[in-house]
Design a protein around this ligand. Structure first.
Ligand code: PMP
Length: 364
């Protein structure tokens, strides 16, 4: 097959080397005679796989000892409910930052359990920026502050980490990092809870990662379903029930790939370069292409853009497909195009897309 580049927002491209390892090991993992899919999650082989995956992730993100790494299921969506159920009591106020689609889904779910105070919203300017932190209306007694560090649909990424104290009080910072975790170095110690669906920068869908500060465990509300209690998963080392074993295995291979390729610092340098090339191509197009996101908040992971005339969309996508540039169609909620360029997207892929964009603009 000729070279293709997959710009899907998720499930998304995985490192080719990882897929080749999966293929080579598929029917016989390390001489065990078994596929990872066939192994008991409590056997010695899988125990090794999950321990290595956790150790490698801890190395990559420098996870402090007082944080637990949890391999969960249910996607980021489960965490939208888990966060208020585990971190707030009935009647508590929880602060939420609204920077777009995924923030709003998290807010809607949290409203079922807590008094949600939306500290700021970027809806006034078409969800294209992050409002200045100094203008946020935080509550003094918030159980936590929740934000989404990268809005996958809007392409709005935080260039900063919000304060984890307010009026002298520590307020646990909770972050949905589904679409930019592992794309840059991170100071985990600033956070109470980080969660992420795996299907962008980690591995296959079906696996969900949470990193939880230990003091926040063990406080789930009465009535919380067992599977939604972080403490249950922490106490069982992510083996309370049958975990998504194959997903954990593939994620573990992705972590090894990241370590072998310079870790998150090297990823950040690559990601800056890839994103810059696309945004520069858009800026230099004399308004043939347009990115709606304000410059300071443009995502390094998801680059949404519009053609000056929607009537050209089909031709653009067809031409892209013919060159092996796949899944560029924007989210149905916003239309246009979106190029997702996660860690596993090589620079060559972005370069090929930029060349195609210039060529398409010239010929249309
Ligand atoms: N948050 C963000 C930032 C996302 O990009 C997505 C998925 N695209 C979700 C939450 C929802 O994730 P899941 O489908 O894993 O529940």
């Amino acid at each position: 097959m000729s070279q293709i580049y997959n710009f899907s927002s998720g499930p998304a491209v995985l490192p080719r080397e990882v897929l080749q390892t999966v293929q080579a090991e598929l029917t016989d993992w390390h001489g065990s005679g078994m596929c990872v899919m066939e192994m008991s999650h409590r056997g010695k082989e899988f125990t090794q796989i999950i321990h290595e995956a956790e150790a490698d992730l801890r190395k990559l993100l420098n996870v402090p000892a007082n944080y637990r790494v949890l391999f969960l299921q249910g996607g980021a969506h489960f965490n939208f409910g888990m966060v208020p159920l585990n971190l707030s009591k009935e009647g508590d106020t929880a602060d939420y930052v609204d920077t777009g689609h995924w923030s709003r889904i998290a807010i809607k779910e949290a409203r079922r359990y807590a008094n949600v105070n939306v500290v700021t919203s970027n809806e006034d300017r078409g969800s294209t920026y992050v409002p200045d932190e100094a203008s946020w209306k935080r509550s003094a007694n918030a159980a936590y502050l929740h934000y989404c560090s990268n809005e996958t649909i809007g392409g709005v990424e935080f260039p900063f980490v919000p304060a984890s104290t307010f009026e002298g009080k520590d307020i646990p910072l909770v972050c949905d990092m589904s679409s930019n975790i592992l794309s840059r170095p991170l100071d985990i110690a600033k956070f109470g809870v980080i969660y992420a669906g795996a299907q962008k920068n980690i591995g296959p869908s079906g696996l969900t990662l949470a990193i939880v500060r230990e003091d926040l465990l063990g406080h789930a509300r009465p009535g919380t379903p067992t599977m939604l209690d972080y403490q249950v998963h922490a106490a069982a080392d992510s083996l309370y029930n049958t975990p998504p074993t194959f997903g954990i295995y593939v994620a573990g291979l992705v972590f090894k790939w990241l370590l072998a390729n310079g870790g998150v610092a090297a990823m950040e340098a690559r990601n800056i370069e890839k994103a810059a090339l696309l945004y520069e191509t858009i800026s230099a197009s004399n308004d043939f292409y347009r990115c709606p996101v304000e410059k300071a908040f443009r995502s390094r992971m998801n680059v949404p853009f519009f053609l000056h005339d929607d009537a050209l969309n089909e031709a653009f996508l067809e031409g892209a497909q013919a060159r092996g540039l796949l899944q560029l169609k924007g989210h149905r909620a916003v239309g246009g195009m979106r190029a997702s360029i996660y860690n596993a997207m090589p620079f060559e892929g972005v370069k090929t897309l930029a060349e195609y964009m210039r060529e398409f603009a010239r010929s249309h």
